[in-house]
Design a protein around this ligand. Structure first.
Ligand SMILES: Cc1cc2nc3c(=O)[nH]c(=O)nc-3n(C[C@H](O)[C@H](O)[C@H](O)COP(=O)(O)OP(=O)(O)OC[C@H]3O[C@@H](n4cnc5c(N)ncnc54)[C@H](O)[C@@H]3O)c2cc1C
Length: 449
């Protein structure tokens, strides 16, 4: 069995530690920040996340599904809020399947606790990775302002997030890398529960205020409140306000009154929160290769940071862990060269595909959910799925409710786009959407495009 160093004890590093320790390896996790179970590391970062099918598959394989189930809230539908406060509920799947909202901090604490129960896992906090000797799997860690120590291992995993120190070291060799900041930044606001702890909006829905160039989302917390996230361009344009033009109390008040009027009574201190809370940006990172010989591998955001609009960043990182575990089952725990090579080759195209899918879903959430053509398309796809579940599975369901590789889901989604373009062009489609003509065309084209 091997000595493994995991750099980064966040959402993915903590799950990876569980997988590898359960195989019998000795696992040391080094985390830059303090232990989130002892300090309020997550203060001011109340983000909650969606756990979906792939995440659950991995959590189950690691034996921690039940521990995580205790801290989630099921979400069955999108609830669209239009400018007049009119609501439109669109279920995520025709079988009423759910995705699950969970607090980022709570999930991280839970997984660290599960990891620490294993005798061969040691967690080291306040340890920042400063350097990696890739050929010898040795890492240098520094305690805040203190001494630097070198730790040797057989294999090193970089699960140290979008700005990975392990990746930075790999970049000194033959390594491709791209980093793109999207035009949108985000800011969080907390939606409180009623005084008696009941929620002010339907907690089983992901609430969306789509406004074409900017949007707000609200996702339920276990305490009856919601975490709201406003996504808006960093810089205003002729089409849209930006964080740079919504700055003063007067500007913020006018902005929310004009565009999100129904949220104002629900969040009495909306304007104060906006003025107080930090503005964060969103980055897409792609790199290649994800591994170095039989010694080092990147996993989670360190390998593929993506925008959060499919809610798949963590889920895809969890899938990385599960795939790695499957490859260890297949090739054995002494064949790290073969395992890491196969892991990188299998996961890299899927990392790229979920990055593309996530940008695509941004456009969908931001502008399309309010578009009648889009709503009609969803209705047609739901109808096709209900009648022919073996032939038609909408893209969203493929991504969120199956383990189908992201590359295949993306390809299938592009096929569906071409088919739906033809279907929506049928004259008088608004009145024929559930007729035989539509079925014949769509299913016929499935065989040919
Ligand atoms: C607004 C928003 C909403 C999101 N919503 C969802 C969602 O609904 N569903 C979903 O699946 N994903 C979502 N994501 C994505 C998700 O947050 C990330 O994909 C996930 O956190 C990646 O986990 P990770 O462990 O790879 O990286 P991180 O969570 O970034 O963890 C990296 C860890 O490494 C530590 N670290 C960094 N550098 C060093 C170093 N030099 N030495 C030691 N330790 C170090 C950090 O302190 C951190 O603890 C969202 C992201 C954002 C921004």
């Amino acid at each position: 069995m091997k000595q493994i160093t995991i750099v980064g004890g966040g959402l993915v590093g903590s799950l990876l530690a569980i997988f590898l320790a359960k195989r019998g390896h000795t696992v040391n996790v080094y985390e830059r920040r303090a232990d989130p179970r002892k300090t309020d590391t997550y203060a001011g970062r109340s983000i909650n996340l969606v756990v979906s099918h792939r995440g659950w598959t991995a959590l189950r394989a690691a034996g921690v599904e039940e521990a995580v189930k205790e801290i989630v809230v099921p979400v069955h539908a999108r609830m669209m809020h239009d400018r007049d406060g009119k609501l439109n509920r669109v279920p995520y799947s025709i079988e009423n399947r759910a995705i699950h909202s969970v607090s980022r901090g709570e999930l991280n604490r839970r997984l660290l606790t599960e990891a620490e129960k294993l005798p061969n896992v040691s967690l080291h906090f306040n340890q920042k990775c400063m350097d990696v000797d890739l050929d010898n799997a040795r890492c240098s860690f520094q305690r805040a302002g203190g001494e630097v120590k070198e730790i040797g291992a057989d294999v090193v995993f970089g699960s140290d997030g979008a700005f990975s120190a392990v990746r930075a070291k790999m970049m000194l060799g033959r390594f491709s890398y791209s980093q793109e900041y999207i035009e949108h930044d985000y800011k969080e606001v907390a939606f409180p529960a009623n005084a008696d702890g009941t929620p002010k909006m339907d907690p089983q829905c992901l609430h969306i205020w789509p406004r074409r160039y900017y949007m707000m989302m609200g996702l339920a917390n276990q305490d009856g409140g919601f975490t709201g996230t406003l996504f808006m361009p960093h810089t205003a344009s002729a089409d849209s306000p930006g964080f740079d033009t919504v700055r003063t109390e007067a500007e913020v008040t006018t902005f929310f009154k004009t565009h999100f009027a129904d949220a104002m009574p629900i969040v009495p201190d909306l304007v104060e929160q906006y003025l107080r809370n930090p503005q964060s940006n969103l980055v897409i990172v792609r790199c290649d290769p994800w591994t170095y010989k039989d010694k080092v591998a990147l996993i989670g955001d360190a390998a593929h940071a993506i925008v959060p609009f499919y809610g798949e960043g963590m889920n895809s990182g969890y899938e990385d862990c599960k795939v790695l575990n499957d490859l260890l089952n297949e090739h054995g725990d002494d064949n790290w060269g073969t395992v890491l090579d196969a892991y990188g080759k299998q996961r890299k195209p899927n990392g790229d595909a979920i990055a593309d899918l996530s940008m695509r879903n941004f456009v969908e959430m931001r502008d399309l959910v309010a578009d009648p053509q889009f709503i009609l398309r969803k209705k047609i796809e739901g109808h096709l799925q209900a009648k022919h579940p073996d032939q038609w599975l909408p893209l969203y369901s493929q991504v969120k409710f199956t383990d189908k590789p992201y590359v295949d889901a993306l390809r299938e989604g592009q096929r569906h786009d071409r088919i739906m373009e033809e279907v929506l062009a049928i004259p008088d489609i608004e009145n024929k959407w559930d007729g035989v003509e539509v079925e014949k065309l769509a299913l016929g084209m499935l065989k040919s495009v």
